[in-house]
Design a protein around this ligand. Structure first.
Ligand code: SF4
Length: 187
């Protein structure tokens, strides 16, 4: 993994042999996680990530004329944070690095980049419930705060997004009555 070479913010496919010391022993293996079955050689099936996205990674869109961008003001800090989360490329390095094969960083990035923006509010709480439930259904492990995911992430996604997701999940599951087939019964 890229972080093993001392390089941060780089995927394994962005490494060159010159990044390794002469005489280094390099072991290459597929991502190890039950939810990522090995297809062949170094190829794993990451469609579990796609199913998590399908469970809630979308927003309500209205057909019609393109809205005026200034009609929905977004604070620069919020936009910046949402863009940070949106840089997740779904590579799965976070899952492979985690001793529990947790997919919390991936799911939190996807939940947060939509949940932070005004456009993502209508499904904010149904989204987090559905995506977390799908994540658990796929067989990923639970988060134990090892933070190996953050260290391995080529996009340097912060584990603070996991806290953000946990807060939304708690609110959605304890405080708000949710119709799981649709959107919130009350806002
Ligand atoms: S959170 Fe980082 S390591 Fe995990 S899938 Fe996204 S980009 Fe890859």
């Amino acid at each position: 993994m890229a972080s093993h070479t001392g390089r941060k913010g780089a995927a394994t496919c962005q490494l060159y042999m010159r990044h390794f010391k002469d005489g280094s022993e390099i072991t290459i293996e597929p991502w190890r996680a039950e939810a990522f079955p090995v297809i062949r050689d170094l190829v794993v099936d990451r469609s579990a990530f796609d199913r998590i996205m399908q469970a809630g990674g979308y927003i309500t869109t209205h057909a019609g004329p393109k809205p005026d961008p200034n009609a929905t003001p977004i604070e620069p800090e919020v936009a910046e944070l949402a863009l940070d989360a949106a840089t997740c490329i779904g590579c799965g390095a976070c899952v492979a690095a985690c001793p529990n094969s947790a997919a919390m960083l991936y799911t939190a990035a996807k939940v947060s980049h939509l949940g932070l923006l005004p456009q993502g509010q209508p499904e904010r709480y149904t989204r987090v419930i559905r995506m977390v439930e799908q994540m658990e259904k796929e067989g990923f492990g639970g988060c134990r705060n090892y933070a190996e995911c953050e260290a391995a992430c080529p996009k340097e996604i912060s584990i603070s997004f996991i806290s953000q997701m946990n807060r939304d999940y708690l609110r959605a599951s304890l405080l708000e009555p949710i119709d799981r087939r649709g959107s919130m019964k009350s806002q």
